[in-house]
Write a protein that binds this ligand. Structure first.
Ligand SMILES: Nc1ncnc2c1ncn2[C@@H]1O[C@H](COP(=O)(O)OP(=O)(O)O)[C@@H](O)[C@H]1O
Ligand SMILES: [Mg+2]
Length: 286
């Protein structure tokens, strides 16, 4: 596939009025840079504390998986990185969350700016009850000023590019105006990834993206994500140890709202430093 990798964006893109497509260092120069950093991140739902002093540095251009028992705060952490949690009036957060060096919780940063850079894919595919084409263009129309002046042909090119990237184009190109909800779950999840791409996000958050899929669908979506690494930074929650092991470069193990261990995936699985990590990956937790 002929796609020129998009260099990751700069933190200054978050500033109001900053040029969205300002050129940045070549991707090779920033490989290993930090895409997401949290410092002393704490989060409460009302009186219940769900995250404790989370200090994480998620590297740019790789896949980082997040594992840990149900209820340990994986989804909460992901949702903090694109500020979904704040919709709930009873959530309180302290500490910092930076995306490419910019504190996204700062009062002057608007949530729409964050969403341009940080896309999220959920457990259940959630296409809008619109056509395949309109699903791909939906976020683009909202967030990208150029979309308003774009010709039909330009929008068609955006749709084609995004659907080709997620390997869906050949299967759907003759029915772009059909309802997205009629697609198979695997196709729907690929579409949910595709609709993030026209905004050229920096970070793609994935919350158990394959948990609703059958093994073939899981493999297809994993392969897709693997093929997009380098171009995007992935932070992916999974409850599937085999998936974390084969489909991520680094792995974060959480327990009871804390990060216990963060290391290269092979190290975590072969030589975990903490006993609780070993217990979890060997299946001694529920
Ligand atoms: N919207 C919410 N309101 C109150 N408590 C919540 C909410 N979402 C999650 N929690 C609680 O926060 C903790 C972490 O949940 P979650 O982040 O969903 O864990 P995980 O994704 O690791 O299973 C759990 O104890 C859960 O019950
Ligand atoms: Mg969860």
């Amino acid at each position: 596939m002929d796609r020129t990798p998009t260099p990751p964006r700069e933190a200054s893109d978050f500033e109001v009025g900053a040029a969205a497509d300002r050129p940045v260092e070549a991707a090779g120069d920033v490989a290993g840079g930090v895409a997401i950093e949290t410092r002393q991140l704490n989060l409460w739902y009302g009186d219940f504390q769900a995250l404790f002093d989370v200090d994480l540095r998620i590297k740019q251009g790789i896949i980082t998986s997040m594992i840990g028992p149900s209820g340990c705060g994986k989804t909460t952490l992901l949702r903090t990185v694109n500020r979904i949690n704040e919709r709930l009036g009873y959530v309180r957060t302290t500490g910092a969350v930076e995306v490419l060096g910019r504190d996204i919780l700062a009062p002057e940063v608007e949530v729409v700016q964050v969403r341009r850079h940080v896309g999220m894919v959920f457990q259940r595919p959630n296409p809008l009850p619109l056509s395949i084409r309109e699903n791909v263009l939906f976020g683009y129309r909202i967030h990208e000023p150029a979309a308003r002046q774009a010709s039909r042909g330009e929008l068609d090119a955006v749709v084609e590019d995004a659907l080709k990237t997620v390997l869906l184009w050949d299967g759907v190109k003759d029915r772009l105006n059909s309802r997205a909800t009629a697609l198979s779950l695997e196709e729907q999840q690929k579409l949910c990834i595709a609709r993030l791409l026209p905004l050229k996000p920096t970070v793609l958050l994935m919350d158990e993206p394959c948990s609703a899929l059958d093994p073939a669908g899981t493999e297809a979506v994993e392969e897709l994500i693997w093929g997009l690494r380098g171009e995007y930074t992935f932070l992916m929650v999974t409850h599937n140890m085999a998936q974390a092991r084969r489909a991520s470069d680094e792995c974060v193990f959480m327990l009871l709202g804390r990060v216990i261990e963060h290391a290269r995936t092979d190290e975590i699985f072969v030589t975990p430093r903490h006993e609780t990590t070993a217990d979890y990956i060997e299946g001694r937790y529920a």
